[in-house]
Design a protein. Structure first.
Ligand code: PMP
Length: 380
């Protein structure tokens, strides 16, 4: 009862407690790959420290890294000047928060599709603005179309946070869907904050290339947010970046300068190593693709479960309402943990009750965890 009332955080607290008491719990909540970055990247950071690259950098990041990113972005067809259009941040989260702090006004409304990454709403509120939740379309993997968005527009609508591939569903906006949405936002003078952290994890290569082409004509109304966290398995290194028009990036530099100053110096040099040869250092998708297929295969054994077909990221989002019509997702998750020793994230954490999110980012005990999950769900 207490867990249900205090919500999703209580599930994680309970996991920590149970583990501290010696209970074996396999954690399928993790949002970071289990693979280590290449030794070359580690060496770049160690060398940076040993050669005393340990001082402040400009707030927007070291010029070499900005130049490398600017070239990458230009290759995707965007105009990107390393001095005007980009800022190196300490990951995607700080990039998002800096964007909101620098650009959002108290009267602004920020549109957020449901289900959503849990940090969006608190960040919007800390920035003093109002999140407006837009329910995704269940018939289309909970993605949003202009028709879904229209009823939520007001004269205060100013920003829209688009995350694709989506955490938690693994849905990917198709090039056509993306184009339609961006056109609509542009027409309504709404800036699209594009949370692109899972860009690498699109399992259809052709779609990936087509998306870059679609974004190009809308670059003036997009703030592109990326990070090295998932793509290069550099979560703890805290490096990301934002690319946008100069008028949007300039205030972000000021805000970042007053908060963190700059992204960690040795991490910037490690990121430089990674981005100078992304084909070599980005994670191989094969591993994740086959894990995804294995998760789907395992869940086929569960009657009445309904899965959103995941085309990207490293999550599977499953509707468990027909399995447990009387129980909340939070209760189901805590029972799975207590009785079956497996932790998955309740949909409530992402604003959508009656679902669970299974992460396959970590493959270490994935198959054992899936066995436990399948048994737990099957024994309702
Ligand atoms: N956006 C989304 C959708 C995420 O899932 C995450 C990480 N789980 C982030 C942003 C934050 O990424 P970073 O580690 O680069 O701050």
């Amino acid at each position: 009862k207490m867990i249900e009332e205090s919500g999703t955080l209580a599930v994680f607290d309970r996991m920590k407690k149970l583990r501290a008491m010696g209970k074996d719990i396999i954690n399928l909540c993790v949002g970071e790959p289990d693979i280590s970055p290449s030794q070359d990247i580690e060496t770049a950071a160690i060398q940076a420290i040993q050669s005393h690259h340990i001082r402040y950098t400009p707030s927007e990041g070291i010029p070499e890294l900005r130049k490398t990113i600017a070239h990458m972005i230009q290759d995707e067809g965007w105009r990107a000047d390393e001095n005007r259009n980009l800022i190196i941040t300490a990951g995607a989260k700080p990039a998002l928060f800096t964007t909101l702090l620098a650009l959002v006004k108290k009267t602004n409304e920020v549109l957020v599709p449901v289900p959503f990454y849990p940090s969006y709403a608190p960040m919007i509120r800390y920035a003093g603005a109002k999140p407006v939740y837009v329910p995704g379309n269940p018939q289309n993997g909970y993605k949003i179309s202009p028709q879904d968005l229209k009823p939520y527009l007001t004269p205060h609508s100013r920003f829209f946070i688009l995350n694709s591939p989506v955490n938690p569903t693994g849905s990917v906006y198709s090039p056509d869907e993306l184009q339609e949405l961006l056109k609509f936002l542009d027409k309504n003078h709404i800036i699209c904050i594009l949370d692109d952290v899972y860009r690498h994890f699109i399992y259809d290569e052709a779609v990936k290339e087509e998306i870059a082409r679609i974004l190009k004509p809308f670059q003036r109304s997009i703030i592109l947010i990326r990070s090295l966290s998932k793509e290069f398995a550099m979560t703890g290194w805290r490096i990301g970046y934002a690319v946008a028009e100069e008028s949007l990036i300039t205030p972000m530099k000021t805000v970042q300068g007053h908060i963190i100053g700059n992204a960690q110096t040795a991490s910037q040099l490690a990121a430089l190593k990674a981005l100078q040869n992304p084909e070599k250092y980005a994670l191989s998708l094969h591993v994740f693709k086959s894990r995804r297929n294995d998760v789907l295969e395992a869940l086929r054994q569960v009657d009445h479960i309904s899965i959103i077909p995941p085309a990207g990221a490293f999550y599977v989002f499953a509707d468990i309402r027909s399995i447990h019509p009387e129980k909340s997702d939070v209760i189901v998750c805590s029972e799975l943990m207590e009785k079956y020793g497996v932790a998955v994230t309740p949909g409530s954490a992402f604003g959508l009750k009656g679902f669970i999110r299974i992460s396959y980012a970590d493959g270490n005990r994935l198959y054992e965890g899936l066995d436990r999950l399948v048994r737990g769900l099957a024994s309702r």
